[in-house]
Design a protein around this ligand. Structure first.
Ligand code: XCC
Ligand code: SF4
Length: 644
């Protein structure tokens, strides 16, 4: 039996430590302990193992020990580049599927076939206008239908470039991609092409394979992030500042607890609605009501739009069940550990899967179609209510301290807050602060938590180091959970900010009627990484510069997901540096790491920094990572200030 890490090494969140201790005492295995039991494979972890065909598997040992090519002749650089492209394809296809599902829902809503209301009519018309749809003679539903059809074109058209690229990309970035021939035509075409080129006997040029990976980043960014955010805002409303609660303590012993987990808001929005409508049924069972809590990005979606409390990020998702008070965990797609079913079998929790292509053996399946959303959500909530009486009182134990967090900072909300300071030109205060140095740079702290890593440690350390150095920090995804739980999204966290930054946050907050803005701004789920991208595009356009000239960075200290790699690649394609704190499994090829990590001053002929003006920074230590990010911020600041 492998030695398990002590609780303090697993997470810096005492509630997670508490529940992991409970799980261990009850002999329940969770991801943290499974991570300790799993030996890391030396080949796989450096990207040198290839399973692309039945001649293999082949692997290239380091230092010239053993064969240096696979059976087909692929060398280590080709193999590592293909593994990287594989990850990016997987990541971007997840987000593209998300976008497509939302587009189909909008179409059904527009045709009166699905029971949702269009919540942000203004945004619908703004997006329609930007897509050059002539709206004059159309009803609102007809406009929505046209927008949905334009979105679906991004999965169908055979020539030209994607509508959402035209709609959202900065012109200079687009020019760079066009010159390199990597601008995407449609998401499905590009994903299929990426899978095809990656097969044995196809693309064997590592640089070309990496460029194919950049196209996957763009698919992620436009068919995934931007398209999803735009259409979700239209359907469910553009987020506005909300105050909510975080931590495992948001579970309520007296209520029926339902965790919603996954990514797509269609189901979770309905679950919230039906939990309100079925309150009386819960009371009949002896509960005082129904408590919906969020997990992972579904948590972020509901938090941003409805102020729903958030229980857990990715790595501790199973521990929500270990509390003993969770009646049901309802899941849709992505980041759902199969392990939740094994854990649920030790308690009274029912795991409910909802999509035909994401089922878990042993779990209950309630099929969810947007057109029958009410029926499905009602059935799911009733199942949870009926579980209440099955609780085992011996197994109940929940931590008791929640943390307040402000969230809901869509780009629109940030601009609105800023217009309190300067209505004519809302971005001016930010730009003045950037120029004066009150704000040294802008960082998006994004990504996940990973059961192999000490939970919340990397995310919070990088953030605190950046805040101390007056970097404005926005956040999304499970990284935002880390920041929220550790007071970085409420006013207590202002103590971590440098003086200049604090002054700006207070001024903007005051103008919006608050004591301050929170130290970091929660911009939403992972698909909402479109929001920081939009904010940076707006700032670049206002300054008349390219995105790659901004003192802006992304940091992803604790990720586990290939989706984070494809989102990161999307930012690098704009010339924004991205830090990753977990090995991206590339170290087997010096060529590939040179292309991705290399600097503009390097001799290496082609690298990302030279092509796009931004690079990947792999650094495990969060303090060093923050230092490296600040160096890049300062380098870009200097050039920018000279230019202005
Ligand atoms: Fe998944 Fe999006 Fe990562 Fe969280 S942050 S672990 S990808 S749920 Ni997106
Ligand atoms: Fe081996 Fe080449 Fe097949 Fe990969 S594609 S498994 S390296 S023969």
């Amino acid at each position: 039996m492998a030695k398990m890490r002590d609780l303090e090494s697993v997470s810096i969140d005492p509630q997670v430590q508490f529940l992991l201790d409970k799980a261990r005492n009850e002999n329940v295995l969770t991801a943290f302990d499974r991570a300790d039991m799993m030996n890391i494979c030396g080949f796989g972890s450096t990207g040198v193992c290839c399973r692309h065909c039945l001649e293999g598997p082949c692997r290239i040992a380091p230092n010239g020990k053993g064969p240096q090519t696979g059976v087909c002749g692929a060398d280590v650089h080709q193999i590592v580049a293909r593994s990287f492209l594989n990850h990016l394809t997987q990541g971007s296809s997840g987000h593209a599927e998300h976008g497509r599902e939302v587009a189909l829902t909008l179409l059904e809503v527009a045709e009166g076939k699905a029971p949702y209301q269009i919540k942000d009519v203004d945004k619908l018309y703004r997006v329609a206008h930007d897509l050059e749809i002539v709206t004059e003679d159309l009803s609102m539903n007809e406009v929505a239908k046209e927008v949905a059809l334009k979105a679906l074109e991004d999965f169908q058209k055979q020539t030209g470039i994607m509508n959402w690229v035209k709609l959202r990309a900065h012109e200079d970035s687009l020019n760079t991609w066009n010159k390199l021939g990597i601008t995407p035509v449609n998401a499905h075409l590009e994903i299929t092409k990426a899978v095809a080129r990656n097969a044995m006997g196809c693309d064997a040029d590592p640089t070309n394979l990496i460029l194919g990976g950049v196209t996957m980043g763009l698919i992620d960014g436009y068919a995934g992030l931007h398209l999803s955010t735009d259409l979700q805002d239209i359907l469910f409303g553009t987020p506005k500042a909300v105050k909510a609660k975080y931590s495992m303590a948001v579970l309520d012993e007296k209520k029926i607890n339902i965790a919603v987990h996954g990514h797509i808001p269609m189901l979770s929005e309905k679950s919230v609605e039906w939990s309100r409508r079925l309150e009386d049924e819960a009371i009949k069972q002896g509960a005082t009501g129904i408590n919906i809590v969020g997990v992972c990005c579904t948590g972020n979606e509901l938090l941003m739009r409805q102020g729903v409390s958030v229980a857990s990020s990715f790595s501790s998702q199973e521990l929500v069940i270990v509390s003993g008070v969770l009646e049901a965990m309802v899941v849709d797609i992505q980041c759902i550990m199969p392990g939740i079913q094994q854990v649920a079998e030790c308690y009274h929790t029912e795991i409910i899967t909802t999509l035909p292509y994401v089922k878990i053996a042993g779990a209950t399946h309630v099929n969810f179609e947007p057109s029958e959303a009410d029926e499905a959500a009602q059935e799911i909530v009733m199942k949870a209510i009926n579980r209440f009486s099955k609780r085992d009182p011996e197994k109940i134990s929940i931590p008791d301290q929640t943390v307040d967090a402000y969230a809901g900072f869509s780009t629109e909300q940030i601009v609105e807050a800023l217009s309190g300071l300067n209505g004519e030109d809302p971005l001016k205060p930010v730009i003045d602060a950037l120029v004066s140095g009150k704000i040294r740079g802008i960082a998006a702290l994004v990504g996940c938590t990973n059961p192999r890593e000490k939970q919340d440690y990397g995310n919070t350390v990088v953030t605190k180091e950046l805040l101390k150095n007056n970097v404005l920090v926005v956040s999304t995804g499970c990284a935002a959970h880390s920041l929220a739980k550790h007071n970085l999204m409420n006013f207590d966290g202002l103590e971590y900010c440098g003086e200049g930054l604090k002054e700006v946050l207070e001024a903007v907050g005051n103008a919006a009627g608050l004591p301050s803005l929170p130290p970091t701004m929660h911009m939403g789920s992972c698909v909402d990484n479109s929001r920081p991208a939009d904010l940076l595009t707006a700032i670049a356009n206002r300054l008349g510069v390219s995105m790659n000239e901004l003192p802006a960075v992304g940091s992803c200290p604790e990720t586990h997901s290939p989706k984070a790699l494809s989102i990161g690649t999307f930012f690098i394609a704009h010339g924004i540096d991205v830090h990753i704190g977990v090995s991206p499994q590339l170290s087997g090829s010096e060529f590939v790491t040179n292309v991705l990590y290399g600097d503009r001053t390097d001799e290496h002929e082609v690298n990302a920094d030279k092509l796009f003006g931004g690079k990947l920074i792999y650094e495990q230590d969060p303090y060093t990572a923050a230092k490296l990010l600040l160096e890049r911020i300062d380098m870009k600041r200097e050039t920018l200030l000279n230019k202005l």
